[in-house]
Design a protein around this ligand. Structure first.
Ligand code: FES
Length: 237
């Protein structure tokens, strides 16, 4: 469908009213959904709640559902939506604070629970390293894509298992667990296994793959989960 008018209708779910409110936004070339939302907030209704910072798909704070799909507002051009009418809602699987602002406390607790950093047992060596711990290109290749995660929560909001089980860590945390377990410098397997290999852990994933389809960075968390599951199973043989 061609965009025929110079205006676009944003239909934004307002948390206080419990219904969609329409905003008519004049569009311009290169305009993003975030630009349109900022226009609505600055010129039409100051009470509209939204969160953003970097405007360049780096901070991960502007995630929302755009026409039913979790996306970054700053990374979505109006023109790519190919419609004069855009529906905007807060992300699923997160409590709403106000309008499009969701509470990421639970998401970050899951992220923190898998210890998303390199763990070493040799504390003295860690604090006063005697050498460089080099990674070969083939070492880096094992986890590089997962290092690009910006923690925007889109995969978490799209995950049907998270919707059914709030103790399930979710695709972001599990893919990060794989990222560190696959790192040849890391020694934190046991700590992470206690979190991953539980009744609410990695076995709960049924590979719907929605996480990978919505990642704005092209990361494949479903693949990370599969690799992690293979690794966990190999330890039990
Ligand atoms: Fe930072 Fe969109 S504003 S990712």
């Amino acid at each position: 469908m061609q965009i025929e008018s110079a205006k676009i209708a944003l239909h934004i779910l307002r948390s206080k009213q419990g219904r969609f409110q329409e905003f008519q936004i004049p569009i311009r070339r290169g305009m993003t959904v975030l630009d349109a939302l900022i226009y609505a907030k600055e010129r039409l209704d100051h009470s509209l709640g939204l969160r953003f910072s970097c405007r360049m798909a780096t901070c991960g704070s502007c995630g929302m559902k755009i026409n039913g799909r979790p996306m970054l507002a700053c990374y979505t051009q109006i023109s790519e939506l190919k419609s004069n009418s855009i529906k905007i809602e807060p992300l699923d699987n997160c409590a709403v604070i106000r309008d499009l602002v969701t509470d990421f406390t639970e998401f970050f607790e899951h992220h923190r629970s898998i210890a998303p950093y390199i763990i070493r047992k040799d504390i003295t060596e860690k604090e006063h390293p005697s050498k460089e711990y080099l990674q070969k290109p083939e070492d880096l290749e094992k986890y590089l894509q997962f290092s690009h995660c910006i923690k925007c929560g889109l995969c978490y909001s799209a995950c049907p298992t998270v919707a059914a089980d709030r103790e399930f860590p979710g695709p972001q945390a599990l893919a990060q667990a794989y990222r560190y377990i696959a790192d040849s410098r890391d020694r934190g397997l046991k700590e992470r296994m206690d979190r991953i290999d539980t009744a609410h852990g990695i076995a709960r994933c049924h590979f719907a793959g929605t996480c990978s389809s919505v990642c704005p960075k092209g990361i494949d968390p479903a693949q990370g989960i599969q690799l992690l599951r293979r690794y966990v199973l190999s330890l039990k043989r």
